[in-house]
Design a binder for this molecule. Structure first.
Ligand SMILES: [Zn+2]
Length: 409
């Protein structure tokens, strides 16, 4: 397939130019002006559009899609009680499937082609299987964050065996700030045994907890690369330096962190400290699910305390996000990368005219600009419409599932 004549916005480094993108076997084969079209190549006309690598969401509890905007303006304590105490335990495998599938399609619709799915609703192996199956059928590139209150190598190995294709797995420990050191050690042992990257909530609940958690990792030799710390608002400059030296990354959820009172998003401070920081929705219970909103929130806050730019915001949403997801060949259009792309319309009120393509994406766009989305070279959205079978039916099921799990809640 040849994507012809769009304004190609790449991320590493950030640059824009009119060019074609040639895809081959799920990968990007070439990017350049007026590439030759050989026989049998499908041509997709991108004239007037911006062509970008798909966005990477580095932290999302995808299963919560049916709980959208149900608890605005709450505290962390209320959030935890609602999710873990009341509603989460009511999820059956079918609810996990419906929520995760709807959440993944919501991502694709908004141009998010990769999601780190932090799945902490794995009450039984059937719940785990339902989450994995939903990600597979959505056609999204996903890192399934394996999380359980009873970390056990055999069960984790079984979940890993069910991954493949676009779906890989990470260990999602509750971690030293939430569970006992003994359980946390078990979580990391499984990650090491199965050679999984790690995505863990840390540094979001005060500087004392942040210090204690990092110290636990340091004492036990668990600091290292392929480790993404979700939130990190309370990490000091010193903490960020420790993380940078270890090759770790941050997964920042700018809207939810501010809404729940974690503190200012660490995006700008992380950048200054040399820690790659990606963005994530975290939850749609009290925050937005699209990357445009996340970029703007991170950008606005980071402008307060650093020279953070719209280019930095775009990198956080793409190539730095790929680092936080511990995935190669994602978040960039470099030849050899996965053919995960978004084509964005510019002929819309509120978007036109385009003076600076990067600034247009970060400051002026929203999901309605997402015209076409490809994952691994496969089109999942075209002409502004998801190609997934029967989205209307899915949304009805989502509403029914949500009504059941929130009844009298
Ligand atoms: Zn989270």
């Amino acid at each position: 397939m040849l994507i012809r004549g769009g304004t190609v916005v790449d991320t590493d480094p950030v640059a824009a130019r009119v060019a074609d993108v040639l895809l081959d076997g799920g990968r990007i084969a070439a990017v350049g002006p007026e590439l030759p079209v050989s026989a049998g190549v499908e041509v997709l006309d991108a004239t007037g559009m911006l062509v970008l690598p798909g966005f990477v969401d580095t932290h999302r509890h995808t299963w919560q899609a049916g709980l959208r905007a149900i608890r605005p303006d709450i505290s962390l304590a209320t959030y935890l009680e609602f999710v873990l105490g009341t509603v989460g335990p009511r999820y059956r495998p079918a609810d996990v499937h419906t929520g995760t599938l709807a959440g993944a399609l919501e991502c694709l619709d908004a141009g998010i082609t990769t999601v780190v799915d932090w799945n902490h609703v794995q009450h039984t192996p059937d719940h785990t299987a339902a989450g994995l199956d939903a990600l597979r059928s959505a056609g999204i590139r996903a890192v399934f964050g394996y999380c359980t209150t009873e970390p056990e190598l055999g069960a984790a190995r079984a979940a890993l065996a069910a991954t493949g294709g676009l779906v890989t797995m990470a260990m999602a420990p509750f971690g030293p700030e939430i569970v006992s050191e003994e359980v946390a050690l078990r979580e990391w042992r499984i990650a090491r045994e199965l050679d999984l990257p790690v995505t863990v909530h840390m540094g979001g609940s005060g500087v004392e907890n942040a210090e204690r958690g990092l110290d636990f990792l340091r004492r036990n030799g668990l600091l290292g690369p392929r480790t993404s710390y979700a939130h990190g608002n309370s990490f000091t400059g010193e903490h960020l330096k420790v993380i940078a030296d270890s090759g770790g990354t941050l997964a920042v959820s700018p809207v939810v962190e501010q809404a729940l009172g974690f503190g200012g998003p660490a995006t700008g401070r992380a950048l200054a400290a040399g820690v790659p920081a990606g963005l994530g929705a975290d939850t749609v219970i009290n925050g937005p699910g699209d990357m445009f909103s996340l970029m703007r929130s991170a950008y606005a806050h980071a402008r307060l305390d650093s020279g953070f730019s719209t280019r930095d915001a775009l990198r956080a949403a793409t190539v730095d996000g790929a680092k936080a997801a511990a995935l190669d060949g994602v978040g960039t259009l470099a030849p050899g990368s996965h053919a995960d792309l978004v084509l964005l319309r510019t002929d819309l009120p509120g978007v036109a005219p385009v003076h600076d393509p990067v600034a247009t994406v970060v400051l002026s766009m929203d999901t309605r600009a997402v015209d076409t989305v490809l994952v691994g070279g496969r089109i999942v959205k075209r002409d502004g419409r998801l190609l997934a079978g029967n989205v209307t039916t899915l949304l009805t099921e989502l509403a029914e599932s949500a009504a059941r799990v929130t009844a009298t809640a």
